[in-house]
Design a protein around this ligand. Sequence first.
Ligand SMILES: CC(C)(COP(=O)(O)OP(=O)(O)OC[C@H]1O[C@@H](n2cnc3c(N)ncnc32)[C@H](O)[C@@H]1OP(=O)(O)O)[C@@H](O)C(=O)NCCC(=O)NCCS
Length: 180
Amino acid sequence: MFKAVRDSKHVNIMKLRHTTPHDIPFLLETEKRFARLGFVHSDDIVTHQQQMRDPDYAYYTVQERENPAGYVILRGLTSADRSLELKRIVIAEPGHGVGTQVLRAVIDKAFCEFHAHRLWLDVFEDNHRARHVYRSLGFVEETTPSKFFQNGDRQRLLIVMSMQESKHRQKMPLRLRREI
Ligand SMILES: CC(C)(COP(=O)(O)OP(=O)(O)OC[C@H]1O[C@@H](n2cnc3c(N)ncnc32)[C@H](O)[C@@H]1OP(=O)(O)O)[C@@H](O)C(=O)NCCC(=O)NCCS
């Protein structure tokens, strides 16, 4: 559980919980909305249902009071090299500080719960808000050649960003570092 500041007047309690089949309509609707704006890819319901059953994936819903406020998909839980991918993050109402708080919780989960060595993601070059948030939390752009994604007659660059376990440890309080 973690807190998120929605605006300067309201402080809401946010929770990251496992996604259930009841969350799928919200997930599909939110995903389609941001896919239409070109921020994320989208998948059909069957793909999501299969992935939710796959031990390599973890689906989380961001819960704000009674309502879902976003979702996160992680992939690579069974990867031998413990390289975890933040496959997708979508916040239904961006720009209120929720994404930053959710990402902090995701980073902690990746390194403390899943014992990842590396957490990575790819982001469209022109998704300036997402790139800003990732950078502010310590993700760095990798020098590996970025991929182009063909979208109709438009080519868009996908940038790989990552965080290493060592970087996360440096940011942890000394007391917690000793406990790991
Ligand atoms: C990316 C996303 C998860 C971030 O979550 P969020 O709740 O919007 O993020 P926050 O409100 O915590 O922080 C936004 C930050 O971006 C900054 N920002 C907003 N628009 C920006 C822009 N066009 N360029 C650069 N920075 C921008 C804000 O100032 C804020 O930074 P600050 O905290 O240093 O002031 C969310 O916007 C989202 O779901 N977007 C749609 C889907 C998406 O793009 N997913 C990521 C795909 S890789």
